[in-house]
Design a binder for this molecule. Structure first.
Ligand code: MRU
Length: 339
């Protein structure tokens, strides 16, 4: 892999190989690749967000099962424990447990079968990003009566969050490629700054006009008429359309409703969880105190300050105009539901 292709992660070296991934904790200061050759390191990479974003951690988990087979064989307590560690590395994005389970189900057939399943998942996510970009851009252009679109987004939903291109940012990229993007407005996304560090980096690489906002500016900018649409990704879309995504998404949806701006969730079918009826059933990751009371290792609050750190929130279906997947557009504003 090199910087120009921006494939976020992949398996290298065939049987006996390893996972190579962009270390997202190092961006934008450095573009570095990690070689992950064991399950413990993969779990740690997922937890510290070296690899992050729902589709990307699904693919990471799938290749992680191949690492488990390489280390422990195709069954037994050590293999089972490795699979559990992988599927529980982060709780909110349904993609992780789903893709770990899907790949582990092939384990009895051996390493080649597991690698083939993980590669299929990778390729499905790649194709899904292209399809979502196109379907989403069509919908945005239908809803926004302007020759060029000002699109607000939160967190990072680009190639870094998937395999290539991404979800909501794939829509923005497609609008840009069609010559229909006036500007992307990216929220910085405290506490870990995925919007500032990663989305601004990706928008710059694609040559798309953009400005960065502090998170609290989002709803006000919408109220002032400075964006035509909000495009976000999802970590889990419940059967009724309630959507878990990066903390701050719910506030943005409230702001969009107040301003009369369409709020569109873009996520592959692999993120739609028909088994979870509504948002109340979605586990929300709490990432602890440190990320809130410090920034890049520097204290931003007095010693001993207590904090809450939900990494995600749930936007109720009633605030969402549509969910765009790789296969369909679900118009929640017209009382359709994803499942
Ligand atoms: O904590 P993160 O950075 O993994 O959160 C990512 C998000 O919330 C994304 O919006 C979501 O996973 C969709 S990514 C295409």
């Amino acid at each position: 892999m090199d910087g120009s292709a921006l494939r976020t992660l992949d398996w290298v070296g065939g049987a006996g190989g390893a996972v190579e991934m962009v270390d997202q904790t190092a961006l934008p200061a450095a573009y570095t690749l990690l070689r992950i050759d064991n399950v413990a390191d993969m779990v740690a990479a997922i937890r510290r967000l070296s690899v992050r974003g729902a589709p990307a951690i699904g693919v990471a988990g799938a290749f992680g099962v191949a690492l488990a087979v390489q280390a422990h064989g195709t069954r037994g307590p050590a293999f089972d424990d490795a699979v559990i560690q992988l599927r529980e590395a982060r709780p909110t994005a349904v993609n992780l447990a789903r893709m770990v389970d899907r790949t582990a189900a092939r384990a009895a057939e051996g390493l080649e079968a597991v690698l083939a399943e993980a590669a299929a998942i990778r390729d499905e996510e790649l194709a899904a990003s292209v399809a979502m970009g196109s379907l989403g851009a069509d919908l945005v252009l239908e809803l926004v009566a302007r020759p060029d679109v000002r699109a607000m987004t939160i967190c990072n939903t680009g190639g870094l969050a998937a395999v290539e291109r991404g979800t909501a940012l794939a829509v923005i990229q497609t609008l840009h490629e069609r010559g229909r993007l006036a500007e992307a407005l990216a929220l910085e996304t405290r506490p870990l700054l995925q919007g500032a560090r990663l989305t601004a980096w990706e928008l710059d690489r694609m040559g798309a006009p953009h400005r960065l906002l502090v998170d609290s500016a989002g709803p006000f900018m919408l109220a002032r008429g400075e964006a035509d649409v909000v495009l976000t990704g999802a970590d889990r879309v419940a059967a009724n359309g309630d959507t878990a995504n990066k903390i701050g998404t719910f506030s943005l949806a409230l702001g969009a409703r107040h301003a009369g701006v369409p709020f569109i969730v873009v996520a592959p079918e692999s993120t739609v969880d028909a088994a979870t009826p509504d948002g109340a059933g979605i586990a929300i990751e709490d990432r602890g105190t440190d990320e809130v009371v410090s920034l890049a290792g520097v204290a931003t609050a007095p010693d001993g300050t207590a904090a809450a750190n939900p990494a995600f929130d749930v936007t109720p279906a009633e605030l969402i105009t549509a969910v765009v997947t790789d296969q369909r557009i679900v118009r929640l504003d017209q009382h359709q539901t994803p499942a």
